[in-house]
Write a protein that binds this ligand. Structure first.
Ligand code: BES
Ligand code: MN
Ligand code: ZN
Length: 505
């Protein structure tokens, strides 16, 4: 039923040519606010004896952000069409404006243009280089044509954009060429995460995710191991299993390994990425309200991001070992489900009072975090759509970042900035542990209602992550968009990929 052979085929390359001389179907050049021509636009204006200035003078070309005008068959210009892309105020031209300009250009060109050359040398946000620009070009262009019609019987005849996108360079630029390849690897990871995130709970089950892991392992030469219920019982993952037992869909613990550090001497300590893989979260016996409950199919977006990051690491051939650990199950109400007040024993031996069955993410993650100890990790980062409270705190702009380790937190924040996949640090502090006290077990699975819910969730996890440097990303607000544009976003794959790239050196 599902068909994953739909990787976007848009091709990217670079070429050294002047905007007026490049032989292509369409060349995109920028115009800043009030009709201020970019350097490349000036080249075309000169070659065409003032065609662009005339268009500005007529009022047709304004340079307003997001506006486009196409001019055809300009004399003295090699490209068949010139696409003028409004970039807005030059002083305000930053990351977002660049990314939007690329999306706008790709959409405005459309499928009628086979090859689009983007003359973007002059549209470089302050503090960014050509490598960053090339990466973001690929990410933004592929984002612009991403489709959601995998399960539609009539495919959207929406805008699939040009077949080829060429980044025009002033001279040879190896960094830009690297950037294009890196962008393609990251975009592949983002698209995998989006696809898995968007698939519904009846298709994207724990078993389906396990099969996807096997496919990814085959296509990208990863090691893979799938642990089924029996093995999870033998490992004494009583917390994870307690969530799974409410559903007839059997759980899986998915372990994927990318070994890029080489086998010379002793194996380098891996980065372990742990992803929450609740394929549907009804809340269980502490059931959620019906409104927008469908969006709880996205509760495996942490898992999807781990898949995406591993895929990107493999394509980038990073000199680094990365292990993905994904606990996957459903959270449903039934006669065998967790009940409020139940006490379960985690793999770590800590007993947990399940005061709310809807705080299930932490119950599956805690056992995965304990399991991660066996890899003697250099660092563990878990990624989870963990709390509604994080959405209240940070909305859909920043992912919540939690770590007691300042150096690790700074590393992840820097990666978030570089990747334009923002995160904001929130505390994990012992003072909050107080609210997780239980009269009957070692710890309760929720803190005081209405108080710092994202923080207490992180503090719960911290109790199981004391054996290694650890960080937690709460992506409840950033992993998907609601409303008419409802879709998984693929975040935080760009952040994770950047983090891994930085670590690999
Ligand atoms: N998957 C949800 C978190 C969530 C809610 C993400 C809404 C995005 C939007 C998680 O399992 C959950 O239900 N958390 C509870 C915890 C509470 C019971 C302490 C929450 O946030 O309400
Ligand atoms: Mn829940
Ligand atoms: Zn959940």
């Amino acid at each position: 039923m599902t068909n994953d052979k739909r990787d976007i085929t848009m091709e990217f390359s670079s070429r050294t040519a002047a905007a007026d001389a490049v032989k292509t179907d369409c060349v995109a050049v920028g115009v800043f606010a009030e009709g201020e021509l970019s350097a490349q636009a000036r080249a075309i204006d000169a070659a065409s004896k003032g065609a662009l200035r005339a268009a500005v003078k007529s009022g047709e070309v304004t340079g307003k952000r997001g506006a486009t005008v196409t001019l055809r068959a300009l004399p003295g210009v090699a490209a068949g069409r010139v696409l003028l892309v409004g970039l807005g105020n030059r002083k305000e031209f930053a990351d977002k404006a660049f990314i939007e300009a690329v999306r706008t250009a790709v959409k405005a060109a459309g499928p009628a243009v086979k090859e689009l050359a983007v003359a973007a040398a002059d549209w470089l946000p302050a503090g960014r280089d050509s490598r960053w620009q090339a990466r973001q070009l690929v990410l933004a262009a592929r984002e612009a044509v991403f489709r959601l019609d995998e399960l539609k019987s009539r495919k959207d005849d929406g805008n699939s954009g040009p077949e080829r996108v060429v980044l025009l360079l002033g001279g040879r630029d190896a960094a830009a060429e690297h950037g294009l390849a890196e962008g393609a690897a990251i975009a592949g990871g983002v698209e995998l995460a989006k696809r898995l995130g968007n698939l519904p709970g009846n298709i994207c089950t724990p078993g389906f995710l396990a099969d996807e892991a096997k496919k990814l392992a085959r296509s990208h030469r990863l090691g893979v191991e799938i642990l089924e219920r029996k093995r999870l019982e033998a490992l004494k993952m009583g917390s994870f299993l307690s969530v799974a037992k409410g559903s007839s869909e059997p759980p899986r613990l998915i372990v994927m390994k990318y070994e890029g550090a080489g086998a010379k001497g002793k194996v380098a300590a891996p980065v372990v990425l742990v992803g929450k893989g609740i394929t549907f979260d009804s809340g269980g016996i502490s059931i959620k309200p019906a409104n927008a409950m469908d969006e709880m199919k996205f509760d495996m977006c942490g898992a999807a991001a781990v898949f995406g990051a591993l895929r990107a690491a493999a394509e980038l051939k990073l000199k680094l070992n990365v292990i993905g650990v994904v606990p996957a199950c459903e959270n449903l109400p039934s006669g065998t489900a967790n009940k409020p007040g139940d006490i379960v024993t985690s793999m770590s031996g800590q007993t947990i009072e399940v005061l709310n069955t809807d705080a299930e993410g932490r119950l599956i993650l805690c056992d995965a975090l304990t399991y991660a100890e066996r890899f003697k990790p250099a660092v563990v980062v878990d990624v989870a759509t963990l709390t509604g409270a994080c959405v209240v705190a940070l909305g859909d702009v920043n992912s919540g970042l939690f770590s007691a380790d300042d150096a690790l937190a700074d590393e992840l924040l820097a990666a978030a900035k570089a990747a334009v996949d923002p995160a904001w640090r929130l505390p994990v502090q012992d003072d909050y542990q107080e609210s997780l006290k239980s009269n009957f077990a070692d710890v309760a699975n929720i803190g005081a209602p209405g108080k710092a819910g994202a923080v207490t969730a992180a503090c719960f996890l911290a109790r199981f992550a004391s054996a290694y440097p650890w960080a937690h990303l709460d992506i409840a607000g950033t992993a998907w968009k609601s409303g008419p544009a409802k879709s998984a976003t693929g975040r935080p794959v760009p952040l994770l990929a950047e983090f891994l790239m930085q670590r690999a050196g």
